[in-house]
Design a protein around this ligand. Structure first.
Ligand code: UTP
Length: 301
């Protein structure tokens, strides 16, 4: 069994749902509490034992590369001012020299195309794929559990989460087959199924372990939904040749690519932190009490 050593982070999307915030700032650099969104997924990958971090970037995304570089002046100033806790935190999050690679997707032709752009850096080995705008709470563990499942089953792994059955048309949905180790066999996948046709309510939450044969499929993959090269279309073809397993993630995933999901993530992550739980809960209660009369008025017509 080949070990999962590398992770791919596609960060070349335009982030149109978040304009104008994303006009000059990549959506992956928007902060949830005090870390940029991209830092959450890199930390999740590191915790899963990933040794090499591959970023597929695009125009206006150079700041992501800077974020994972050492900031000598900042470190020096922090040390001089005795801010050891902050310096220590920065150093713990810092990838080691040679652990990161960056490649460009010159034109945003879709997620499948972005993944294909990483083919030379991944090479002929299985790899983790983490969609950086999807962050999980508890904020570590999903990929770690997927790697553990992969070490038992091999093949490709997709993490899924339950959604309300009335919302399946918004997501990529998998069919659930027999149990396999801590996961289950996947019996099919469908991207945004029409209402009433979904094989289950298990949606793909943006975490994958894929075999390198996906690259040859993506190479000739035609454009699909949204006129983009879709990863799901390529996975459907790979599924005919190799086993796919589902990992049912029991935490919660937030879609930080949409303003609602991003704001919800900020509230949820702040509430999950012992240093701000009390004050946040108090602020939220106060805010709700303040808006309640107006809400009731609107509801009453
Ligand atoms: P999304 O569809 O959520 O990202 O793609 P987007 O295109 O940036 O968002 P909107 O719809 O315009 O607001 C899922 C992931 O795939 C990456 C995105 O950066 C995101 O992490 N992606 C998407 C690419 O890297 N390249 C692409 O061509 C498309």
């Amino acid at each position: 069994m080949r070990k999962v050593r590398k992770a791919v982070f596609p960060v070349a999307g335009l982030g149109t749902r978040f304009l104008p915030a994303t006009k000059a700032i990549p959506k992956e650099m928007l902060t949830v509490v005090d870390r940029p969104v991209i830092q959450y997924v890199v930390d999740e990958a590191r915790e899963a034992g990933i040794e090499h971090f591959i970023f597929v970037t695009g125009r206006n995304k150079a700041v992501i590369e800077d974020h994972f570089d050492i900031q000598f002046e900042l470190n020096h100033t922090l040390a001089e001012r005795g801010k050891d806790d902050q310096l220590d935190r920065l150093q713990r999050l810092q990838p080691q020299p040679g652990q990161t690679s960056f490649t460009r997707q010159q034109v945003p032709l879709g997620l499948g195309h972005a993944v294909w752009c990483a083919r030379e850096l991944v090479g002929d080995e299985p790899f983790a794929l983490l969609l950086p705008d999807m962050i999980t709470l508890p904020d570590q563990g999903c990929m770690k559990d997927m790697v553990a499942l992969y070490n038992e089953t091999g093949g490709s792994i997709i993490a899924v989460e339950e959604c309300d059955p009335s919302e399946t048309h918004k997501y990529g949905i998998v069919g659930r087959g027999e149990d396999a180790s801590t996961g289950f066999r996947i019996t099919g996948m469908v991207e945004k199924p029409k209402p009433g046709t979904a094989p289950s309510n298990l949606y793909i939450n943006g975490r994958y372990i894929l075999q390198p044969e996906i690259f040859a499929i993506l190479e000739s993959q035609e454009r699909g939904a949204g006129n983009e090269i879709q990863l799901t279309d390529a996975m459907l073809k790979l599924e005919r040749q190799q086993s796919f397993y589902g990992y049912h993630y029991r935490g919660r995933t937030f879609d930080c690519g949409s303003p609602e999901g991003f704001v919800e993530a900020n509230v949820a992550f702040a509430l999950s932190r012992s240093d701000m739980n009390e004050s946040m809960a108090c602020s939220i209660r106060t805010l709700l009490a303040e808006v309640e009369p107006a809400r009731r008025k609107v509801a009453a017509g």
